[in-house]
Design a protein around this ligand. Structure first.
Ligand SMILES: Nc1ncnc2c1ncn2[C@@H]1O[C@H](COP(=O)(O)OP(=O)(O)OP(=O)(O)O)[C@@H](O)[C@H]1O
Ligand SMILES: [Mg+2]
Length: 327
């Protein structure tokens, strides 16, 4: 399959002259195949939005090269803009207008013929489950509805490539699920999707390939299954009253189960396939030690687990800009 988005050796720094802060992008390479979904996975401040802004022509790289459908994002920026859509991290719709008015206005701004706008707006409002709310001011929409409207706006022109910057951050599980369904439907229609996320689960559900950003580069890249295999599926996590208790239980667990239990302060983690049988056997071993955990749970790997497993450290949490915190 051919690559529809490529980035080679992207560098970007916002540091002032003489400042010692590291560059945001420091030789980032990636590739999105036509018709596929690529998830760029990373914590706050990893450079996800910066990458999306470069690929969508809003920002110039200091060095390196990126292409979209064969067009250079710097030299052929206008051509690139014609075939992409960008749904940013912050909702871009106008609260004072209704959902239908927002979409109609954007259709006109995109120079679509009036009739096309009318049909397409109706079609999108239905597809995104917003038909009933179409004539309500967006001010009255929930966060999930706004996000859906934002996505709908990005689809007015049937882009070949959609950039989605953290499309589900801040949404509840149901809205998140609904949004994933929409993205899948868009991909089924042939659109390629470049998405950023902080959620391993989201990358897993939507993307054929995942690229993990760390230190301004792609630190690991592969299918979600490949990455998860390196991270481990899930873990039984037990929190004890003290690190001493955790230290007493962990070796017993390691001896009783094939995989090693890891200790982090008063917490012990044992990898699990999540089956009832395995979780029960872990809990039985703990019970037999006589040390009572304060709390236990079966937890899917988080972004921190992924970083720890694939980069050897927890994803550094560079402070986000205040506007992003509010979003
Ligand atoms: N225009 C700018 N001027 C100065 N610094 C910037 C600018 N844009 C981004 N940065 C800095 O670059 C780093 C990466 O920011 P970026 O927005 O790309 O991260 P992100 O991965 O999208 O994070 P988040 O998950 O919080 O959205 C941050 O430290 C940020 O403060
Ligand atoms: Mg961002």
């Amino acid at each position: 399959m051919a690559a529809i988005v490529t980035a080679e050796g992207l560098h970007k720094s916002f540091a002032r002259r003489g400042s010692t802060s590291p560059p945001v992008l420091d030789g980032l390479d990636l590739e999105l195949e036509e018709g596929a979904v690529l998830a760029l996975l990373g914590p706050n401040g990893a450079g996800k939005t910066t990458t999306v802004r470069i690929l969508s022509t809003l920002l110039r790289p200091d060095a390196g090269r990126a292409t979209v459908a064969g067009f250079d994002v710097v030299r052929d920026a206008r051509r690139v803009r014609e075939i992409i859509s960008l749904t940013g991290q912050q909702v871009a719709v106008d609260g004072k207008q209704t959902g239908a008015e927002n979409l109609t206005m954007m259709g006109h701004l995109a120079h679509l013929p009036r009739r096309v706008v009318r049909d397409r707006v109706a079609e999108l409002l239905t597809a995104f489950d917003l038909a009933d709310a179409a004539s309500r001011r967006v001010d009255t929409y929930s966060g999930g509805m706004r996000r859906r409207l934002d996505l709908a706006a990005g689809l007015l022109t049937r882009p070949r490539i959609m950039f989605l910057d953290e499309p589900t951050t801040g949404l509840d599980p149901r809205s998140r699920q609904a949004l994933w369904d929409v993205v899948r439907a868009v991909v089924d229609e042939g659109t390629s999707v470049f998405l950023t996320t902080q959620y391993l689960e989201e990358a897993d559900r939507l993307a054929q390939r995942v690229a993990l950003v760390d230190g301004g580069r792609v630190a690991a890249e592969g299918t979600p299954a490949q990455l998860k295999r390196q991270v481990g599926e899930a873990g039984v996590e037990l929190t004890f009253v003290s690190p001493a208790d955790a230290g007493r239980v962990a070796p017993v667990l390691t001896a009783a189960t094939v995989t090693a239990a890891t200790v982090d302060g008063a917490r012990v983690r044992v990898p699990t396939d999540g089956s009832v049988a395995h979780v029960r056997s872990v809990l039985s071993v703990v019970e037999a030690t006589g040390v009572v955990p304060e709390h236990w749970e079966v937890r899917a790997p988080t972004l921190d687990d992924v970083f720890l497993a694939l980069t050897g450290h927890v994803g550094q949490d560079r402070p986000a800009r205040s506007a992003e915190v509010a979003a």
